[in-house]
Design a protein. Structure first.
Length: 197
């Protein structure tokens, strides 16, 4: 019984990844996202990441591997994840959880910084508010999402990487973390090439 569950889960994940790879626009968008972040770094700007739940963990993972290390030793890159629990409790209490990301961007976002936002549902109000706040700050916006995306926010996004899946959110998040690892790899390679020009 458990062998069937394990096999089924691995096969499901594999099929979603195969479908994602088949869409050449996804490959193009990953390259565009990496270039956008590298351009920001080379202009002495930063990337700010955010997400809810599992996406929050992925946003933290993204920032720590940029400031820390992915595969090879290199200079630290300027990346922040909106994850300070005292800040979260303060803004949630005083303004509401829907403003936990946008308020941070109002405080620390700068023109030509990059917002790297993750939402499996595409419906999180705090992420949508973050997109508006980033646009107001003249930041660039990269969004990792699932199937759904409101028409109201499509024009705010510079690069959108969508994982099309109609089932549980964990499948979307599994592809998101793969995208994150590829992005970091590309960023490291591109930064190394720029510094060696």
């Amino acid at each position: 019984m458990y062998n069937k569950i394990i096999h089924s889960e691995l096969l499901s994940a594999s099929n979603i990844l195969k479908d994602f790879i088949k869409n050449n626009q996804n490959i193009t968008n990953i390259k565009l996202a990496a270039n956008l972040i590298v351009k920001s770094f080379l202009n002495n700007n930063k990337v700010i990441s955010c997400g809810n739940g599992g996406s929050h963990c992925d946003a933290m993972h993204f920032a720590e591997e940029l400031t820390g290390k992915y595969r090879n030793k290199r200079s630290a890159y300027p990346a922040l994840c909106i994850s300070d629990i005292s800040y979260f409790s303060c803004v949630s209490n005083d303004y509401g959880y829907e403003y936990v990301f946008s308020r941070y961007i109002e405080a620390l976002g700068q023109p030509k910084d990059v917002l790297f936002a993750l939402t499996a549902s595409g419906k999180s109000i705090n992420i949508i508010n973050a997109l508006y706040a980033a646009k107001k700050k003249n930041m660039k916006i990269i969004l990792l999402n699932g199937n759904y995306l409101s028409n109201k926010i499509k024009n705010l996004i510079d690069v959108k990487i969508s994982v099309i899946h109609n089932g549980y959110a964990d499948r979307i998040q599994e592809i998101h973390i793969k995208i994150i690892h590829i992005l970091i790899l590309l960023i490291e390679k591109l930064m190394n090439e720029k510094y060696n020009l």
